[in-house]
Design a protein around this ligand. Structure first.
Ligand code: SF4
Ligand code: FE
Length: 482
């Protein structure tokens, strides 16, 4: 099997024995849990679309290892064209799900490791690249979803890992054995963690000699012994436990994040891709971050949904002909398509690394992600402006169905004479979900902090921009000679 269907993906998750805690209790059935299931369904879309002829070009690729057709989420980019298709795939899936579909982190980790394991081997004579390629073949053959795990809890931000009062605040090697290593620590905010077959761990930042034990990268099955998952809460998450559907906003899809704890976990050597090569930790972080900042193409697709919802809400209010509403929708599209320009540009300006993998233009990927930390907030502000206050004062679906008061809600909240009040409620609930509810985690806060907070991009922008060339251009034009 090289490409699972959505149904096969769901069945494959049932075979995992994950230790997942939520609301203080261990879950006995992760896949069918009403809070987690929408996030599983979002990942399942990445499998479903790969089997649709109209999406085959974006959703699948040819493996450079086997020549077989594979899901693009397990592919190593072989050309600039592959990078552009990756950006387009992100927008497509964002639009199809209206949320974070989670599978990009693993794809980005695989691509980053394909580059950095090769580079380490060139300098250190290590066997990492071949190990990695064997692992990649396994991931491709079984069409696995991988959680790319980078973010450590970090504790006291003013101290390096080895100076922390608690040494586990960054994930580290605690023991080296003949057959492998033992690691301890945690990875925070792990997107899609409990919907993943595998977890790929990477260091969280550049590391000095004294922090060698923290320079570690490896992959493990997500249900390996000693791994624990503690689910993060989302605003309005318990609406998914209610009867009915309207108040959820997005009926089928959502995302999730979890804290993943590694409590003295054994990793066999064949799954270790970096072991104490601290001088390469920063490179792995930078390459992964470049890819993952490109991946924020997803927010363009979610923006498509929010802009569409705003247009529909305006039409349902019969406000769509007002010039200021039209102008706000133009502004939303302007911002959203500007984001699209960034994710296409960083891909189009991609280049070949020594390993053969194609990587994005780092400066432009950082510019793109930096725009993503801002524009979705403005798009959301405009969506709320157009939606009106009813979005947050609307009574529940149960009140709409009440034999006593439902008739009044239907009567007093009707706007367009030909549009059922229920439709108006549905579109407002979707905008609420995207800008205040569970999906706002993905569309807003994840846009801010996912793939690095704004300051991380500003540092990269200052490093990557060619200031000397700009100064030369200015001096030349005004006749300053040196
Ligand atoms: Fe992928 Fe976007 Fe979710 Fe990150 S936020 S995992 S890039 S869908
Ligand atoms: Fe993310």
């Amino acid at each position: 099997m090289t490409m699972m269907t959505a149904a096969q993906y769901e069945e494959s998750l049932r075979k995992l024995n994950l230790i997942v805690y939520m609301f203080g209790e261990r879950l006995t059935n992760v896949v069918d849990d009403p809070i987690i299931r929408p996030s599983m369904q979002a990942v399942a879309k990445t499998y479903e679309l790969a089997h649709m002829p109209e999406h085959e070009d974006l959703m699948t690729a040819t493996s450079h290892l086997t020549g077989k057709r594979i899901n693009r989420f397990t592919h190593i980019h072989q050309s600039v064209g592959d990078l552009v298709k990756k950006s387009k795939m992100g927008r497509l899936l964002g639009r199809e799900t209206g949320c974070c579909f989670q599978r990009c982190v693993g794809m980005d980790a695989l691509n980053a490791l394909s580059i950095v394991t090769y580079n380490i081997d060139q300098v250190c004579g290590s066997p990492y690249n071949q190990r990695f390629l064997d692992y990649l073949a396994y991931v491709q053959e079984n069409d696995l979803t991988c959680d790319g795990a980078m973010t450590d809890p970090k504790g006291d931000r003013s101290l390096p890992p080895h100076k922390q009062v608690d040494p586990d605040l960054y994930l580290h090697i605690v023991e080296e054995r003949e057959d492998g290593i033992v690691v301890k620590g945690a990875k925070a905010h792990q997107t899609g963690a409990v919907n993943s077959h595998e977890v790929i761990v990477m260091p969280t930042m550049a590391l000095r000699e004294a922090d060698k034990d923290y320079a570690v990268s490896f992959a493990l099955p997500s249900d390996a012994e000693g791994i624990y998952y503690i689910m993060g809460r989302q605003s309005c998450d318990t609406r998914k436990l209610e009867d009915g559907e309207i108040d959820r906003g997005n009926l089928l899809f959502g995302g999730h994040e979890a804290l993943v704890v590694f409590d003295n976990v054994f990793v066999p050597w064949e799954r270790v891709f970096m072991c104490r090569e601290n001088e390469f930790a920063g490179q792995l972080v930078e390459v992964f971050a470049g890819y993952h900042r490109q991946s924020y193409a997803c927010k363009v697709g979610v923006g498509d949904v929010l802009i569409g919802a705003s247009q529909v809400a305006a039409e349902f209010n019969r406000a769509d002909h007002a010039s200021h509403i039209k102008d706000k929708l133009v502004e939303m599209n302007h911002l959203n398509e500007t984001l699209y320009c960034g994710c296409i540009a960083c891909a189009s300006e991609g280049h070949r690394e020594p390993s053969g993998t194609f990587s994005v233009n780092t400066l432009l990927a950082n510019i793109h992600k930096h725009n993503v930390t801002r524009f979705p907030y403005e798009i959301a502000r405009l969506a709320q402006d157009i939606a009106g206050g009813l979005m947050v004062t609307l009574p529940s679906e149960k009140d709409f169905n009440s034999p006593e008061v439902g008739k009044w809600l239907d009567k007093y909240y009707r706007a367009h004479p030909e549009v059922p009040t229920e439709h108006r409620a549905r579109i407002l609930r979707l905008i609420e979900n995207l800008t205040l509810g569970t999906a706002a985690v993905g569309y807003l806060t994840e846009s801010m902090h996912g793939a690095g907070s704004p300051q991380a991009q500003r540092i990269m922008i200052s490093r990557k921009v060619n200031m000397a060339a700009k100064k030369r251009a200015a001096k030349k034009l005004c006749g300053i000679k040196e």
